[in-house]
Design a binder for this molecule. Structure first.
Ligand code: SF4
Ligand code: SF4
Length: 385
């Protein structure tokens, strides 16, 4: 009826084996239309360049660099190529089977793996069958422009992992047994009460998980202060990131940044200290790279070489554990050269004269000797700042 001529549709066909070697990503070149979106996302946005075209003409296909398994390239497993691929040639390996093309609901939320707070969209089929796909218009226009790091894209899988402990366990006389939640709560309550009775309220401490919501953390500190009468409250994130957040309270008066990520776009110089951004804050790294394209200079202070160091205008490889000496040295140079904003200091800070006195006698040679930084690099650093 349609006068279709089958001979027009026959001819050479490309046949490739899908590459399933990555734990989360399948590459199926048979579905590729060579649009290049994945290649450009990986090289121009992420500046990773783990994918590229190989061969020419009809045989051209997208493959990982040097045709290696994706995991053996510099791929950071962010999965952003999955969301941009229009044909499913790059797709996610799901830990479940999705029957047919059943409709999925979009559930937009905020990723809670780090403080960047990327907008994230879950495609939900049921309570146990869902995945992240950041292709809604609102998410693409959000501050992370739809891009995610490996934690945001695949990190939620711990929730559906078969290894997850879902039932409370009590260990008595060396034997662990599964119990009902009520029983576990009663048992924990009895043990905590006994400890407090014997040693006082200060002998117990409460740790909050970084995965808890603000409301849950509020209730947890209420439980500690009003219920257990202890102020021993902390967070596991202090242990995970080996970072003392109280020092921010001491110096800034609050445990948050004094600027927003959007202000990075207006920065002339950005200094990243002890931050492995590619692993810990990929989206922040993308914003820094964007700011560099606008002319910002990036200084990375890190004792070892990390991925971001190759994009830095200046890499300061100070000896591990000497960054306080380095920062004091920088402060001292800025004060000596009269480069501090006196008006800002008068209206926004306290005890500046004490700081000035403390830094007197600080000199570049000593700082470089203690931090093992090349003196020329140190001069370049203070010049850039
Ligand atoms: S997962 Fe990320 S880094 Fe790896 S190829 Fe895809 S876009 Fe590039
Ligand atoms: S985005 Fe998909 S279809 Fe386009 S070149 Fe990459 S793999 Fe091929």
């Amino acid at each position: 009826d349609f006068e279709a001529d089958i001979s027009e549709l026959t001819g050479e066909v490309r046949k490739y084996l899908p590459d399933n070697r990555h734990p989360f990503i399948t590459l199926d070149p048979n579905k590729c239309i060579n649009c290049g979106k994945c290649v450009r996302t990986c090289s121009e946005i992420l500046m990773v360049s783990a994918l590229d075209f190989v061969n020419r003409g009809f045989k051209a296909i997208v493959k990982p660099a040097m045709e290696k398994p994706l995991l053996e390239t510099n791929c950071i497993s962010c999965g952003n190529c999955i969301d941009v691929c229009p044909t499913g040639a790059i797709s996610e390996k799901f830990p479940f089977k999705i029957p047919g093309t059943l409709p999925k609901e979009n559930h937009e939320t905020v990723c809670n793996f780090c403080s960047v707070g990327c907008k994230i969209n879950y495609k939900v089929l049921s309570d146990d069958v869902y995945y992240v796909s950041n292709n809604t218009e609102e998410i693409m226009n959000s501050h992370n422009n739809g891009y995610l790091c490996v934690k945001g894209k695949f990190g939620h899988r711990y929730l559906t992992s078969g290894n997850r402990i879902e039932t409370p366990i009590i260990k008595l006389n060396g034997k662990a047994s599964e119990v009902k939640t009520d029983e576990a709560v009663q048992y924990a309550s009895k043990r905590i009460k006994n400890i407090i009775k014997k040693y006082g309220a200060d002998s117990v401490a409460i740790f909050g998980s970084p995965k808890m919501s603000n409301e849950e953390l509020f209730l947890l500190q209420k439980f500690a202060r009003a219920g257990l009468k202890t102020n021993n409250i902390s967070s596991f994130s202090n242990m995970i990131s080996d970072c003392e957040y109280d020092s921010l309270d001491d110096s800034l008066g609050l445990t948050v940044s004094t600027t927003s990520m959007d202000n990075l776009m207006n920065a002339d110089v950005i200094v990243a200290i002890n931050s492995n951004l590619s692993e810990d804050n990929l989206i922040m790294e993308l914003k820094i790279k964007k700011a560099q394209k606008k002319g910002a200079k990036l200084i990375v202070i890190n004792s070892s070489e990390i991925k971001i160091t190759k994009f830095a205008d200046l890499w300061i490889d100070s000896r591990k554990g000497t960054n306080t000496i380095l920062l004091n040295g920088i402060l001292s140079e800025l004060i000596k050269k009269g480069l501090v904003n006196e008006d800002f200091i008068k209206t926004n800070t306290e005890n500046f004269s004490e700081l000035k006195n403390m830094l007197q006698g600080n000199n570049a040679e000593d700082v470089c000797e203690l931090t093992e930084i090349d003196i020329e690099k140190y001069k370049e650093l203070t010049h850039l700042l």
